[in-house]
Design a protein around this ligand. Structure first.
Ligand code: NAI
Length: 242
């Protein structure tokens, strides 16, 4: 389904990003994994994709919060793969705290990674998409960006910003054959969430349990292969934010 397409996935070495990489590779896409620091994990994911699905897969170290380093990295991906067709902005961090006590640097760091990081990637991939007259951007937002979440004013603001970014880019680039959508996961079992067995938030989920990274990857695969969907925010949250 995605044979001949190249997908860039940020934060693709673990958690939700890794599940997205596997899913897109299973559909035949060649993969560029962007990772922040864990080279071994990133190389392992790429090795697995090559072995299992016979696709091309390479890892690139890059802090998405830096405008120029993202430009350089997209340049390397272009040199290696020729171009790119799909961009999944999955890299994200939390630095939780009450608003009355939050340090400026904790607010900035979360915004710089989660929101500006996505902007940097879109900014530098768009010229490739324009040249191809096709492109697909999928931003991994969060239900926190829709509902808000106490103790996460920085994270919620970054994810709400990502939803605004998604809709503006969708409107701006639709006529060029470029779609832009967001996925808003709820509570997904990864390193970011840790052990949540006794978390009272679980009671707020109509489907009664946490999601798996693969549930988010399914939604990404749908948006990557859809033709007539742009500017959408697809919740994958067991009904939590409806
Ligand atoms: P994770 O912490 O397991 O993975 C995040 C990935 O992003 C890691 O590979 C990390 O190295 C990478 N990353 C972080 N900062 C980076 C930077 N500056 N440059 C490049 N890469 C960077 O987290 P998880 O749970 O897999 O989350 C993935 C995405 O899904 C994040 O955007 C997160 O906000 C979002 N999300 C997760 C939810 C959950 O319940 N786990 C719920 C809603 C959204």
């Amino acid at each position: 389904m995605l044979k001949g397409k190249t997908a860039i996935v940020t934060g693709g070495s673990r958690g939700i990003g890794r599940a997205i990489v596997w899913k897109l590779a299973s559909l035949g896409a060649d993969i560029a994994v962007i990772y922040a620091g864990n080279r071994e994990a990133a190389e392992n994911v790429c090795h697995g994709c090559r072995q299992e699905y016979g696709v091309e897969a390479r890892a690139y170290v890059c802090d998405v919060a830096g405008f120029s380093v993202v430009k350089e990295t997209v340049g390397k991906i272009k040199a290696d793969f020729g171009t790119a067709h799909i961009l999944v902005n999955n890299a994200g961090i939390t630095q939780d705290g009450l608003v009355a006590m939050m340090k400026e640097e904790d607010f900035d760091r979360v915004l710089d990674t989660n929101l500006k990081g996505a902007f940097h990637m879109i900014r530098h991939c768009t010229p490739l998409f324009l040249r191809n007259r096709e492109g697909c951007v999928i931003n991994i937002a969060s239900v926190a960006g829709i509902m808000g979440n106490a103790g996460q004013c920085n994270y919620s603001a970054s994810k709400a910003g990502l939803i605004g970014l998604t809709k503006s880019v969708a409107r701006e680039l639709a006529s060029k054959g470029i779609r832009c959508n967001a996925v808003a996961p709820g509570f997904i079992a990864t390193d970011m969430t840790g052990d949540q067995t006794d978390n009272p938030l679980l009671k707020m989920i109509p489907l009664g349990k946490m999601g798996e990274p693969e549930d988010v990857a399914e939604a990404v695969a749908y948006l990557a292969t859809a033709r007539y969907v742009t500017g959408e925010v697809l919740r994958v949250d067991g009904g939590m934010a409806m």
